[in-house]
Design a protein around this ligand. Sequence first.
Ligand code: BGC
Length: 789
Amino acid sequence: MTWSSRTHSLRSLLRDDSRQAARIAAALLLTLLLTFLGTGCLSATRAPDGPRATGEERFVDSLLAAMTLDEKLGQLNQLSADGMAGDTLTTLIRRGGVGSLMDVIGADTARALQRLAIEGSRLHVPLLFADDVIHGFRTIFPIPLAEASSWDPPLAEGSARIAAMEAAANGIAWTYAPMVDVARDPRWGRIMEGSGEDPFLGSAFAAARVRGFQGDPSLRSGQALRAPTAIAATAKHFAAYGAAEGGRDYNGADISERALREVYLPPFHAAVCAGAQTVMAGFNEIAGIPSHANRRLLTDILRGEWHFDGTVVSDWNGVVELIPHGVAGDRATAGALALHAGVDIDMVSQIYSRDLAALVRDGRVSQRELDEAVRRVLRLKYRLGLFDDPYHGADAGRARAVTLTPANRAAARQAARESIVLLENRGGVLPLKRDVGTLAVIGALATDSAAAIGSWAARARASDAITVLQGIRGAVSPRTQVLFARGASPESDDTSGIAEAVRVARRASVAVLVVGESRDMTGEASSRASLELPGAQRRLVQAVQATGVPTVVVLMNGRPLALSRLSELAPAMVETWFGGVEAGNATADVLFGDYNPSGKLPVTFPRAVGQVPIYAAHGNTGRPPSDNRYTSRYIDLPWTPLYPFGHGLSYTTFTSSAPRLSATVLRPGDSLDVAVDVANTGSVSGDEVVQLYLRDDVASVSRPVQELRGFQRVHLAPRESRTVHFVIGEQALALYDASMTRVVEPGTFTVWIGPDAAPASRVQFRFETADGASRPVPERCEEGPNRRP
Ligand code: BGC
């Protein structure tokens, strides 16, 4: 019998409220007593001001001292309630054999299980309920890659805040998000879950999302996380999971130390700086070391260099997978390796709880390391305030009141609008008029509400989503007739609907073709070897295009696609990704000009899959690509992408001046100002994302041809212009030298500002030191894109 089918036993727990209240009060009294023993006062809520000897540490230490070995291992044991026998789970909870649970649905269930833990277990340690709240809980926002297209981190912070509020009311205190993996290979299905290819942009979004889930980072170990509207965040998957070879999910990443430090680690560092309470290990290995056994990553870098004092959770079965990885011969060895590496919580493999006790007893697993892991789990619970309020805001009534509210939907619509990227608009086909007479909407995705929601949908319901067809129908004038034909679907090669689609298109004055990927073609375990439109959709596009009816392509997909052919066929093309519950309304807002698109690609779009990996901040070569055959190029395709990183059009036009520098020499400790005048030269107001790129011209190691070092979104009315300022300091110029020390080297740097990563007018400055030597620039939290504006 599974847990979900045993709801009657939960209900029995909910009987007799008054007796329960008395029991809870008794349990809390015991907790408070522990608090008192630990702190010498009753203020367990006081924010700790240092790593040790704080109220938090005294409380945690005193609780730890009271624990048996099995209870300690229980705290490290995370289970999924999904499909689990109710009796087994309740017995485990009573024994203190489980520390955290995922897949617990609903506030009432969470409360009942929590009550069991705090009333029925010896030490009354509360459970921690976790879930994958990735881009919304019930109010689903655009997929993270889409939100990154807004280049508006506060927008993502707002989405995460709403997701946290809904999740907390529904019983969740911890999310496995944000995913901060830099991804440069669109074949990898999980590219949809991150912020794209760039470490600078990715760091800004990582920090913003952590702040959104957890609240104000200045209170990170204190009050913010205790709020019943905050949930603990997880920066995942540590590290370089997005560098999977061949774009094949779970595959190893044979990357250099430089790539790790300069590309894959910065967003994790930014998340830690923003106060992320937990980090999840990645399924991948790097150069032969699986992350779950990588002590250098999980302990030396994360805790040693970055001073992370939070908790590390394994990925699903990540500990037991050390066996197929080939670094452990049995379960116990896998557990010992993971614990020693720094994995505190074992998600679902139950190795810690079942196989480690004997090793601890005979000394093969260090008691000190075990205690440290348990301490971290208790600390997380303490910081969430669970020892004071184990329910952390979970309340069915509150859940109903705060979930999927009109205000949350409005925020989702704004997020979806800002996430849309106008890829092409030849001849000004867009925006469409509301009274076009007859408008044809074609493509199975136009009515696919599951696709609108996208992968990783937490508690989403497909029926909550506004489809593109619904959005368009709601936006046109009453005089406009909207026709629909399914035409073709991404999931099948069936071409039988194309003839009808052609007939429908012929009756219309404009056709909106909705094509792309189905929901299940993206996300985890959804790597693709092709980046073409799947199924019969290409045939559909060609057939509709051949009618001569002006065609607008609306793309719904979770990765960059190879759109060369499509971009030639369709004069107008908008990338809407998977936009969440308000996808259809947001798409219509853009199509009819109620919202002037402002999104910019957070990832390069290749011309063909053979160009992959292709990204803006690529290294240089001794033979930079040119028309000369013996340079770094292809003989059958240009070396340039179809759409560069940062690309995105608007219904207005912007111009920008050449950049001006406040000085041409930068010295240690100084900064310089880069200014550019941006003007709206068109006839409608709009937002431009102004991007600053930098290049270290000559260094001791070869540097990328360009690195994003600043971006700002500006809103300009027609004919309005504004001077945009960027500040460049030493952090922006840092590199890892040949000995992997982070330094700034004297010499010239080139800087340019543009609407995307394509070349623009450049200026140069010099960095000079008194003795002409390079200067160490350690990575610091207060610097860089993660800094709170
Ligand atoms: C994914 C994680 C996720 C976990 C729990 C794994 O398969 O890699 O990102 O948090 O499952 O659902």
